[in-house]
Design a binder for this molecule. Structure first.
Ligand code: ADP
Ligand code: ASP
Ligand code: MG
Length: 416
């Protein structure tokens, strides 16, 4: 008997009718002679609402309590899904992340999975139960509730599929699969039949929220192949897997955009050992995630250092850097919010040249100014004004020929 792990995202369980639809799909899968473990996210919008409520209580809610609060969204949706399955005549039991054996470190709100002991899941499967698991959460060794970062139900599913050695892992969402760009931004974005882990990882960390980047990282590390597909139709989805030689033929697999970024420039920094270390240690100590870092060539012993962070961290970063700028004798600090990052991704870049030139030329012709540039072996990323990001994505998408008409039967759910 095959073992299938499925994950249904918030927009797939957004209403009672959608939960019943999910319940029917899960039962159908079981009737195809499969054992089913289904990971369920909070109903659409619930995690955001709970976060807003928390911020009404406190400007900086205690992270431990935030985890207890946010985990309830997944508790509710998974219990409702189990009820719907039972009402349709099959047998389901819902488990919290802790009951499912998901052990994490103790970093509240962005915990990492340390270990999985799915004993209870296995016992329930052996008794022919459909096992519903609340996504996005686990438990630390001290028994504290933790959550796995936004989009973390993807990670729950991938990690469980790995731990249970499942025959298939299916991520059900509100679009047909992974597209060449967010289909809500580029109307003619095309669904990919397959994508390499490394490509999806770059796309996800570049802002494509269709998969949580940590989930893709986990899948790559443990070789968990998975399919991203729609819960609203039966179309085949996108298979994420280890790369094959033919995948290099495609130069650009996808374009991602990441909004709400901020850029900080420290100017007139002495070009001496230890200075960058001083700046970035202070940022790291405040747990602020730095994305791109660019340092100019030194002119007369001084240089500029620019980097990007999430817009939400801008005030904190600026406050902690002002005294450091004084201490290291730099000229000043300039911060700019409302910038965004565009990433062009493809493993074909390893063997094809000229991608950067084409990207810059295309943005230039569109009158779009580039603030920062960074590259990896399979990615070129640029920071532009947030006001330009959608047009930049559309122009880039067209330039690299990843565009083609979306299939007529593509069904998209409501805007997330
Ligand atoms: P779920 O609630 O199922 O976890 P998410 O809202 O987290 O769903 O992710 C699905 C959304 O990701 C889509 O509705 C789409 O707008 C967005 N998205 C961004 N980039 C891409 C992409 N390259 N391919 C597909 N969807 C994308
Ligand atoms: N409910 C959580 C979130 O909105 C986890 C998830 O949906 O994957 O981020
Ligand atoms: Mg998601």
């Amino acid at each position: 008997m095959r073992l299938i792990v499925q994950k249904y995202g918030g927009t797939s369980v957004g209403t009672p009718e959608q939960i019943r639809n999910v319940a029917r799909r899960i039962i159908e899968t079981q009737r195809e002679d499969c054992r089913v473990v289904a990971v369920i996210s909070a109903m659409a919008g619930v995690t955001d609402e709970l976060t807003k409520l928390a911020h009404k209580m406190s400007a900086e809610p205690t992270k431990r309590e935030l985890d207890i609060l946010l985990a309830t969204g997944e508790h509710a949706a998974s219990a409702l899904t189990a009820m719907a399955i039972n009402a349709l005549g099959a047998r389901a039991i819902s488990l919290t992340g802790a009951e499912a054996g998901i052990l994490t470190d103790r970093v509240h709100t962005k915990a990492r999975i340390a270990n999985i002991s799915p004993k209870q899941i296995q016992e329930l499967l052996a008794e022919d139960y459909i096992v519903i698991v609340a996504g996005f959460q686990g438990q630390s060794a001290e028994g504290e509730m933790t959550t796995l970062g936004r989009g973390g139900s993807d990670l729950t599913a991938i990690a469980l599929a790995g731990a249970l050695n499942a025959d298939a892992c299916q991520i059900f969402t509100d679009v047909d699969g992974v597209f060449t760009c967010d289909p809500r931004v580029v109307g003619d974005a095309k669904k990919l039949d397959e994508v390499a882990y490394d490509e999806l990882l770059e796309m996800a960390s570049g802002g494509a929220k269709v998969m949580q980047s940590r989930a893709v990282e986990f899948a790559k590390k443990f070789g968990v192949e998975f399919e991203v597909r729609s819960s609203f139709n039966r179309n085949a989805g996108t298979i994420a897997k280890e790369e094959t030689p033919s995948m290099e033929d495609v130069v650009v697999r996808g374009v991602s955009l990441d909004r709400k970024q901020a850029k900080i420039t420290i100017s007139g920094v002495r070009d001496e050992p230890g200075i960058a270390g001083r700046i970035f240690s202070a940022i790291a100590a405040a747990n602020i995630i730095v994305d791109m870092i660019v340092q100019n060539a030194s002119v007369k012993g001084a240089t500029d250092i620019s980097f990007t962070i999430h817009q939400a961290d801008l005030n904190e970063a600026r406050e902690l850097l002002v005294p450091i700028v004084d201490e290291i004798g730099a000229d000043g600090i300039v911060a700019q919010s409302a910038v965004a990052k565009l990433s062009v991704v493809g493993i074909g870049m390893r063997t094809h040249s000229g991608v950067a030139a084409r990207l810059f030329k295309c943005l230039g012709q569109g009158g779009i100014n580039i603030h920062l540039i960074s590259t990896s072996e399979i990615k070129i990323a640029v920071v532009v004004d947030e006001a330009d990001i959608e047009r930049a994505a559309q122009l880039t998408h067209a330039e690299f020929g990843v565009a083609s008409p979306a299939p007529a039967d593509t069904v998209m759910g409501p805007l997330a």
